[in-house]
Ligand binder design. Structure first.
Ligand SMILES: Cc1cc2nc3c(=O)[nH]c(=O)nc-3n(C[C@H](O)[C@H](O)[C@H](O)COP(=O)(O)OP(=O)(O)OC[C@H]3O[C@@H](n4cnc5c(N)ncnc54)[C@H](O)[C@@H]3O)c2cc1C
Length: 407
């Protein structure tokens, strides 16, 4: 059976950014359809995928404004008090922490929440909104645009055809929507794989995140509530394959040795997940009646923990521009609206994308000049308070929300 239905906006991909965009657009008064190929049970209750997402102040405020933050239980939100970056064996850490008055408890740098809990919260809120249609088990096959509108053809239990004024591609870093629209992308393959999992440990983490660049490996330990951390280990693909299959006792022993026994005894307490490190920056974020959001537009290296934060920023920018057009009776899929979104989102993402790739390259190569540069770099950076203040401000991102409709 095939049928047609009309919404103002159709979003391809119900990941965290697609759902956030749906909420933000619905608040401007638009009707939105979200098409997600995962079945409804998986979409509503996504399982742990290993990612712990570090959220900035701006991202948290936006999630609060969307009504999603309220669905995240306090018990799974871990405040991050300090971030330490170390390199080599004779470590001189570069430490980032929020300013604090003498003797007072500092504010957090940000908050860590697992990706599946964020996705659940966004879905739970979207499911309460009458202006949002959530279509699960629906894989988008084609998008056709003309001067009057766009039609999305999808296949699930039935064939589906949806008309709207604007289509958003939020279908991840290898976005089929981006490819079908003929939009190319810069793809940087770091030829490394990142393995993530939760490890319980005997010693407390004191809410400190550690990023450690050693020869042949990069390790991060991100605090989660209780005596546990998220282990983020970057290695060549063959080493990660071996570790993914390693028996638990041998795995624990190898990880303790890799982290220099700094957390005492460690035990694997979750499933293990592997992510190949390929970063993507789309040549364009828009085409006729089409905007790209989230990893489909900018798929960041996770080292600076900003992919989702920037995805939320894009959803906010697009909703602001589209909402303003809707309010003034203009075409919400018009090229002027999309151009303004693209200009603003490019300015917000390009410098950080380039800086992140530079840092990731410097810290994943072990040739002598790279080792020297990173060791000297950390010492110099640590002795430059204005640099540390600027990076801390970027990590925390306290910039105000833009003028979306108030709830
Ligand atoms: C290990 C790791 C750690 C990270 N840590 C951080 C961090 O600390 N801070 C941070 O800000 N970011 C972090 N990120 C980045 C963050 O996870 C991503 O930026 C974010 O999840 C992207 O969300 P998205 O909705 O754009 O894409 P996705 O999560 O990839 O969602 C895309 C959705 O589209 C659906 N889809 C695809 N094709 C179709 C189709 N044809 N039809 C219908 N549906 C389709 C998919 O099923 C999926 O649900 C990390 C990433 C990794 C890998």
């Amino acid at each position: 059976m095939s049928f047609s239905s009309d919404h103002d906006v159709t979003i391809v991909g119900g990941g965290p950014v697609g759902l956030a965009a749906a909420l933000a657009l619905q608040e401007t008064g638009l009707s939105v359809a979200v098409l997600e190929r995962a079945p409804s049970a998986v979409w509503a209750e996504p399982q742990f995928d290993g990612r712990e997402i570090a959220l900035t102040y701006h991202a948290r405020s936006f999630l609060e404004r969307l009504g999603a933050w309220q669905h995240i239980p306090d018990s799974v939100i871990c405040p991050l008090k300090e971030a330490r970056v170390e390199t080599g064996v004779h470590n001189h850490p570069l430490i980032f922490e929020a300013d604090r008055p003498a003797g007072a408890e500092g504010e957090p740098l940000g908050w860590l929440v697992s990706n599946n809990m964020i996705r659940r919260a966004l879905y739970a809120e979207a499911a309460t909104r009458s202006g949002i249609s959530l279509l699960s088990g629906t894989g988008v096959e084609t998008v056709r645009q003309d001067g009057n509108g766009a039609t999305v053809h999808a296949r699930g239990a039935t064939a589906l055809s949806l008309k709207s004024q604007l289509v958003i591609g939020a279908d991840g870093r290898f976005s089929p929507t981006r490819r079908r629209a003929g939009i190319g992308a810069v793809i940087h393959d770091f030829e490394r794989v990142m393995m993530v999992c939760r490890m319980a440990h005997d010693l407390p983490h004191h809410n400190v995140a550690l990023q450690w660049f050693a020869e042949g490996q990069t390790i991060a330990l991100l605090p989660v509530n209780g005596h546990a951390s998220s282990l983020v280990l970057t290695l060549p693909a063959a080493d990660i394959r071996r570790l993914m299959d390693a028996e638990q006792g041998a795995f624990n022993a190898e990880i303790m040795q890799r982290v220099g026994n700094r957390m005492g005894a460690m035990r694997l307490v979750s499933s293990r997940h592997a992510y190949p490190l390929k970063c993507v920056y789309a040549h364009r974020f828009t085409a006729r009646r089409l905007a790209l959001l989230g990893d489909a537009a900018v798929g960041m290296h996770p080292i600076t923990a900003h992919g989702f934060n920037l995805g939320l920023r894009g959803a906010e920018t697009l909703a602001t521009e589209v909402g303003a057009a809707f309010e003034s009776g203009r075409d919400i899929g018009g090229s002027d609206v999309l151009r303004r979104f693209e200009r603003r989102h490019r300015a917000a993402t390009m410098p950080l994308f380039a800086a992140t790739n530079g840092i990731a390259t410097l810290y994943t190569h072990d040739a002598a000049p790279f080792r020297l540069l990173r060791s000297v770099g950390l010492r110099v950076a640590d002795s430059l308070p204005p640099f540390k203040t600027a990076v801390t401000a970027m990590l925390m991102d306290r910039s105000p929300l833009s003028g979306m409709a108030e709830r």
